[in-house]
Design a protein around this ligand. Structure first.
Ligand SMILES: Nc1ncnc2c1ncn2[C@@H]1O[C@H](COP(=O)(O)OP(=O)(O)O)[C@@H](O)[C@H]1O
Ligand SMILES: [Mg+2]
Length: 218
């Protein structure tokens, strides 16, 4: 259904700084007095958080297609229970990961290809309307930098089943993201996430200002 909200997704590999930057986005939007919801995938609502723990548990070996279906199931519940109600109320939704994560991790990383797009189109279709984000902000870093960041600082962040995949997997995921940016050009803004936190946020702020506060700026 048509809605008056704005749906913004942070994308990128683990260690690219999504959680860090979402914290900054929240502070900024609060300062601007914006009406927003900040959430994450997989999870964000009870049943999806339960699916998350099944997907990410380090001893939960499963096929790539099972993984893809579980992500899609969690995505749909989160969309139905949390994202759509917020968008229909005209709010801004900031979400940590969405469909592009599945296309890169399961489509490219697990080499499931187009099956992932088919499954996800179904998962985000509600009453004939596909809920694609207004913008994916893609935080681009090499796997070396991303993995180094998550392994070097023991700051409470969980190391999950996908983090523990071999380097080749993470390389395919990044190549996947770069291909998706080419294939879905109008849905993406790429930010160089190898920069320091302040500079990454400065780039993100420009995207937010254009999307959310354009009329005020002119
Ligand atoms: N621009 C940056 N430069 C250096 N380290 C960073 C930067 N952004 C985040 N970090 C650190 O990298 C680690 C992973 O960041 P996090 O925000 O959890 O990434 P993600 O949510 O994408 O996995 C954290 O320890 C964080 O403090
Ligand atoms: Mg994170």
């Amino acid at each position: 259904m048509e809605h008056s909200g704005t749906f913004i997704v942070l994308e990128g590999p683990d260690g690219s700084g999504k959680t860090t930057q979402i914290g900054r986005i929240e502070t900024y939007l609060r300062e601007r007095g914006a009406d927003f919801v900040s959430t994450r995938e997989p999870g964000g609502v009870l049943v999806a958080e339960k699916i998350r723990s099944v997907i990410l548990g380090v001893d939960h070996a499963m096929s790539g297609l099972t993984e893809c279906l579980l992500y899609a199931a969690a995505r749909r519940e989160h969309l139905l229970q949390k994202v759509i109600p917020a968008l229909e109320a005209g709010r801004i939704v900031i979400c940590d990961r969405y469909v592009m994560s599945s296309l890169s991790y399961q489509g490219y990383g697990r080499e499931l290809g187009d099956a992932v797009l088919d499954i996800n189109k179904r998962a985000i279709n509600v009453d004939g309307f596909e809920y694609w984000p207004d913008m994916n902000i893609y935080l681009d870093v090499t796997p070396e930098i991303g993995l180094q960041r998550i392994h070097e600082k023991n700051d409470g962040r969980e190391i999950n089943r996908l983090d523990l995949e071999a380097e080749g997997f993470h390389r395919k995921v990044r190549e996947g993201y770069l291909q998706l940016v080419r294939d879905y050009e109008s849905q993406f803004t790429t930010v160089d996430a190898s920069q320091n936190e302040d500079d990454v946020f400065a780039d993100i702020k420009e995207v937010l200002d254009t999307l959310l506060f354009k009329r005020e700026a002119n």
